[in-house]
Design a protein around this ligand. Structure first.
Ligand code: ATP
Length: 512
């Protein structure tokens, strides 16, 4: 149902929110008069996030966020390329996570380890033996399927229940290093299926170089690879993806409290980048789902599938926060022994234990691991930001209400007349002056209404329009993506004005 709406415009500072009603107008898409604030009246669809992933797939391709990879050769199942706006959005997600995780805290260091590690890392981490999905074949249509993802034991392609018994399928991609024979077992290596192991094997390096004491963490962002049996749902499940992981090392006994703190902090972080709490939920993994090393794992799920009938199936994993106990540091250490006194890891040359000066005790730290996917975060941000607005003419516009920190472009500078060299020159100069402090673009590829619509659809928070009057009064019109409100601002004040309005606490629009 479409209804007339009232929106709250957040004021520049917290605690000053005020509700204002807007008068509709087709002027929404045109340049407003030079008076300070222009009131608009419009209809709002109650829907405030994407109705399904398909809606985002077409927007993403049309506007240059994400393209199917290798399309001119027929594509490659589950591979996607990030276009001009997609790469900016991915970078914003990673930068925001890094700033929050590493810069704003005093107990986390950063790391960038190799994608290809010594094969023994994956032997002792348990991945060679246990990083498997249960694979079944459909005897009717020959599809290969993940047994744990079947609904009612049926093949999703043909509905048959005539399936083979599940068998383990290892998800690690194999390759070979050096100019050796393909079947030389000494040359076998894997592309990492998670970034975490690169952190564990560098535990002593970081500890010694940074002179850290527990608790402290090591964060890493990078590509991981899994030969998923059934990739799909756009960028939700791909074979090549990016992870943002952090391993937080704590004293045994302090692990449970630290785990809960990280669950709460991560839940909060997703909201801080604009994802609404109503589309997020916490999922406590039941005992039978836990990885063999985990004491407790809580997933943060996002409502990726709102179109599904069964409410329970709306949700899927955005990130996992696991208490991995002391499994990882112990398994990569040379000292631990079995009951008969044999070394559990005869290949390691180091002991990754920690000496606590205050208690004079040596032990293996417990590890709390918040692990999020960049691509799933990008998908959640896009779905959550998607909204539609219909004007008086019945035209429906897509508005991507991305959080300001996520918007690929912060400001578009638009000349009202592209055949007037003075206006074009002024607009280009304004763009150049803004660029050192925020991502700005210049665009003169259409009429002003089209340009506004395009920027709304890609989530640009502000458009700055240079018109004939600007040449005389040294002022421009600043248009707000979410309200279509327009304000006349002196060029000399423009940068400060935009930076204030782009501040993190501004930018949410609440539809009443
Ligand atoms: P799933 O159960 O969905 O396969 P997982 O529990 O195996 O995921 P983790 O090993 O906990 O995933 O990885 C941490 C995060 O990495 C996930 O929450 C997700 O955001 C991301 N991720 C994992 N696998 C993929 C994939 N194939 N494609 C995209 N992102 C992924």
């Amino acid at each position: 149902m479409i209804g007339l709406g009232t929106i709250n415009i957040p004021a520049l500072r917290r605690g000053q929110n005020q509700s204002r009603s807007f008068q509709s107008s087709q002027a929404a898409a045109t340049l407003a008069p030079r008076s300070s604030i222009h009131h608009l009246r419009f209809a709002i669809h109650p829907q405030v996030s994407a109705p399904n992933i398909e809606t985002i797939v077409s927007l993403a391709k049309r506007r240059g966020f994400v393209y199917p990879s290798s399309e001119i050769y027929g594509g490659l199942g589950s591979a996607w390329d990030y276009g001009p706006l997609g790469v900016e959005l991915c970078n914003n997600v990673k930068q925001s996570w890094w700033r929050w995780m590493v810069y704003e805290r005093d107990d986390i260091e950063g790391l960038d380890s190799s994608i290809i590690l010594n094969r023994l890392v994956w032997k002792y981490s348990g991945h060679e033996e246990t990083f498997n999905d249960p694979l079944v074949d459909c005897r009717e249509c020959n599809s290969r399927l993940r047994a744990d993802k079947l609904i009612d034991g049926k093949c999703p392609n043909c509905g048959s229940k005539n399936l083979t018994e599940p068998r383990p399928f290892n998800l690690m991609f194999r390759t070979h290093v050096g100019a050796t024979a393909e079947d030389d077992p000494d040359a076998l290596v894997y592309l990492r299926p998670e970034t975490a192991q690169g952190i564990f094997i560098n535990f002593l390096n970081v500890l010694n170089a940074s002179r850290r004491k527990l608790p402290f963490g090591v964060a890493q962002v990078g590509k991981s690879f899994r030969n998923e049996v059934t990739p799909g749902n756009f960028i939700f499940r791909t074979r090549e993806f990016e992870q943002m992981e952090m391993e937080y090392f704590v004293k045994p006994g302090e692990d449970e409290a630290a785990h809960q703190e990280w669950i709460d902090a991560c839940h909060q972080w997703f909201q801080s980048i604009g994802i609404s709490s109503g589309n997020l939920r916490l999922y406590e993994q039941p005992q039978e789902e836990l990885a063999h090393y985990a004491k407790r794992t809580v997933d943060i799920q996002y409502r990726f599938f709102p179109e599904r009938e069964d409410e329970e199936r709306h949700w899927d994993e955005l990130m996992g926060i696991a208490n991995r106990t002391d499994f990882d540091l112990k398994t990569h250490s040379k000292k631990p022994e079995d009951a008969e006194g044999r070394r559990l890891n005869p290949d390691s040359t180091e002991d990754l234990s920690y000496f606590d000066e205050s208690t004079k005790q040596r032990f293996y730290p417990y590890v709390i691991e918040p692990a999020a996917g960049v691509n799933r975060t990008v998908l959640a941000a896009l779905m959550d930001a998607y909204s539609e607005k219909t004007n008086d003419k019945g035209e429906t516009r897509v508005i991507l209400r991305l959080h300001h920190s996520m918007a690929p472009i912060k400001v578009a500078v638009l000349p009202l007349a592209k055949n007037k060299p003075e206006i074009v020159g002024m607009a280009r100069a304004i763009k150049r002056s803004l660029q050192p402090v925020l991502r700005a673009v210049y665009d003169d590829t259409g009429g002003i209404g089209k340009l506004y619509a395009r920027q709304d659809e890609i989530g640009t928070p502000f458009c700055v329009t240079v018109d004939h009057q600007s040449l005389e009064d040294e002022a421009v019109t600043v248009r707000d993506r979410d309200t279509w409100e327009q304000e006349r601002i002196k060029v000399a004040d423009l940068q400060t004005h935009l930076l204030l309005r782009l501040a993190p606490e501004v930018g949410t629009v609440v539809v009443e």
